[in-house]
Design a protein around this ligand. Structure first.
Ligand SMILES: [Zn+2]
Ligand SMILES: [Zn+2]
Length: 255
């Protein structure tokens, strides 16, 4: 049994063949998935999907790249959705300094607002970080985000930063990059992070693991991530699958 904690089955890349993609996920042993919405259309689609499929859950929030587009009404809407029984987290939220569509100060403001909302509605948060590790860690500390905790999604930082995040009540989620041959840091993180703090994800359709690198990613490939972690940790695959699934269920409050 596997739990893919971060999928974008709500992306247009899956419009044509969603049923087949879900079928392959089931065949690969993927028991549950969290569909992440990050703007108006993807949040709407995520909610539609979780109403349709019992094994799908939603995380709703506003992506830092598009922070400049988030209105007060959007934040209110996210708050309303947070009461839905299948909304298990808020996000993805965070900082992304790779793209400059939204200025840094606006990204930080929108990130802080969402952390405060998560604390108000008592849901864990899903953190997106690209080239902004120190600012993310600082804001999580300043906002006391450990009160709700959450996930450092597709974690790409160092083992030291991972430890700092774990100390703040966050889980470390590894995706496709841990399988890349030249990915030194994610492999070190996989070795160092204790099993009770580790999660797995695909972030599909992005970041497909080896040997599918560069192709469209899909939830079935989360198995490749778990296999790589098992190899790095010198554990059985089944053990990694079981423990990461338990961790995800505990964090999201799913039985
Ligand atoms: Zn992300
Ligand atoms: Zn994502």
């Amino acid at each position: 049994m596997l739990f893919d904690t971060h999928v974008h089955l709500n992306a247009e890349q899956f419009e044509e063949d969603l049923e087949e993609v879900i079928g392959r996920a089931k065949d690969a042993g993927v028991e549950k998935m969290v569909v992440v919405g990050f703007d108006r259309p993807t949040i709407n689609k995520a909610m539609e999907l979780v109403e349709t499929y019992d094994f799908l859950y939603a995380s709703v929030g506003w992506h830092p790249v598009d922070a400049i587009d988030m209105t007060e009404e959007d934040l209110k809407w996210i708050e309303e959705l947070s009461a839905h029984p299948k909304v298990v987290a808020l996000g993805e939220m965070g900082l992304d300094y790779h793209w400059d569509k939204s200025p840094k100060d606006i990204q930080k403001e929108v990130f802080r607002k969402q952390i405060r909302l998560a604390k108000k509605v008592k849901l864990p948060i899903v953190i997106h970080n690209r080239e902004a590790t120190q600012d993310i860690v600082d804001i999580l500390k300043e906002e006391n985000a450990g009160e709700v905790g959450g996930i450092m999604h597709c974690f790409s930082g160092s083992a030291e930063t991972a430890k700092e995040c774990i100390d703040m009540n966050f889980y470390i989620s590894l995706g496709g990059p841990v399988t890349f041959k030249n990915a030194k840091k994610p492999k070190e993180v996989a070795v160092e992070v204790p099993m009770d703090r580790l999660l797995i994800e695909t972030d599909c359709p992005y970041l497909a693991p080896h040997p599918n690198r560069g192709k469209r990613n899909e939830p079935a490939y989360v198995k490749l991530v778990a296999e790589q972690i098992a190899e790095l940790k010198g554990m059985e695959f089944e053990e990694v699958a079981k423990k990461t699934t338990e961790n995800a269920k505990k964090l999201f409050g799913i039985n």
